[in-house]
Design a binder for this molecule. Structure first.
Ligand SMILES: NC(=O)c1ccc[n+]([C@@H]2O[C@H](COP(=O)([O-])OP(=O)(O)OC[C@H]3O[C@@H](n4cnc5c(N)ncnc54)[C@H](O)[C@@H]3O)[C@@H](O)[C@H]2O)c1
Length: 280
């Protein structure tokens, strides 16, 4: 169930950040790919970088929150690549703020991209993978989907949904020769905080930016870990040590984790950034 050499791939959100890092990593493996994004210019830039790195790529505009556009994406992969070996459901956005303070429109926006986008990707590609008796789905979740820290409700909910969907697929696909990996990184440097919506004050954004810069594993390393985890046929890819330990702690002492540890960590973070958090 490992990723074949010279893989044919579809990468959503491939115009920048982690999606672009996935494309470049696939290019190093001799991959051919469709780079799908709402940002056409960024997707075209990724294509140029992939080709410079020795891969082949095609850019397409695709809003993953729309089922018909994801269906068109699969048809394009058939047309341009003769099929698909690896689907990387990577497109994502972030919403911060407390439950009750975050506008419902922002909940709906993030659910459309982060959760429905991944559901549509799996709905469209999994039957194809089953039919061909091979393929691999890499769903990009986040450590947020395992850890559920405060004032990130919409993001946590979508990412926990992606974890649940991937876990479900792991048992459903076991006998079909199809693999699934769910990627759960903590922060690393990309553009996600620029496109994010938040009701917190600017300090929260500044804190995220700092955490991104401090990450020991950046986008290229995160993409590599995800692909290597998929090569081993494993479900969970948790590249960063902090995410790994927090996840372990949560499973060990879940009551204490949510009642004491998370509020303490959030208090310390607010102190450092001078943020007060939402008052819904
Ligand atoms: N950067 C981090 O710290 C971090 C941590 C954990 C998980 N992630 C996840 O990694 C994934 C990639 O994000 P990133 O950090 O590279 O951010 P990014 O903003 O740099 O890239 C996200 C890409 O998704 C695209 N996109 C947004 N809405 C879309 C839509 N409706 N349809 C198609 N494409 C769309 C954007 O145009 C952009 O190119 C996301 O799922 C994110 O939640 C990021």
């Amino acid at each position: 169930m490992s990723i074949p050499s010279n893989p044919r791939a579809v990468v959503t959100g491939g115009a920048g950040g982690l999606g672009r890092a996935f494309c470049l990593e696939l290019a190093r493996r001799g991959g051919r790919m469709v780079v799908a994004d709402i940002d056409a210019a960024g997707a075209a830039e990724t294509v140029a970088l992939v080709e410079r790195a020795g891969g082949r790529a095609f850019a397409t505009t695709c809003d993953v929150a729309k089922l018909d556009q994801v269906e068109r994406l699969a048809a394009l992969a058939d047309e341009q690549l003769g099929g698909c070996d690896v689907l990387i459901n990577n497109a994502g956005v972030a919403v911060g703020g407390a439950v009750g303070a975050v506008p419902i429109a922002d909940w709906e926006w993030i659910m459309g991209i982060n959760l429905w986008g991944v559901i549509y990707g799996c709905h469209v590609f999994v039957p194809r993978f089953k039919q061909q008796g091979r393929g691999h789905v890499i769903n990009v979740a986040s450590a947020a989907g395992l850890l559920s820290a405060g004032e990130m409700g919409p993001y946590n909910v979508t990412k926990a949904g992606v974890v649940a969907l991937s876990e479900t697929l792991a048992s459903e696909l076991r006998t079909h020769g199809v693999g699934v990996t769910v990627l759960c990184p903590t922060f690393f440097r990309t553009n996600i905080s620029k496109s994010s919506r938040t009701t917190n004050n600017d300090g929260a954004r500044a804190m995220v930016e700092k955490l991104m810069d401090r990450a020991k594993i950046q986008a290229d390393g995160v993409a590599r870990v995800a692909l290597e985890t998929a090569d081993r046929g494993e479900l969970y890819a948790v590249p960063h040590a902090d995410g790994h330990w927090m996840w372990r702690l949560k499973r060990l002492v879940p009551e204490r984790y949510y009642r004491t540890i998370v509020p303490k960590l959030m208090g310390a973070m607010r102190k450092r950034t001078g943020t007060t958090g939402d008052q819904p």
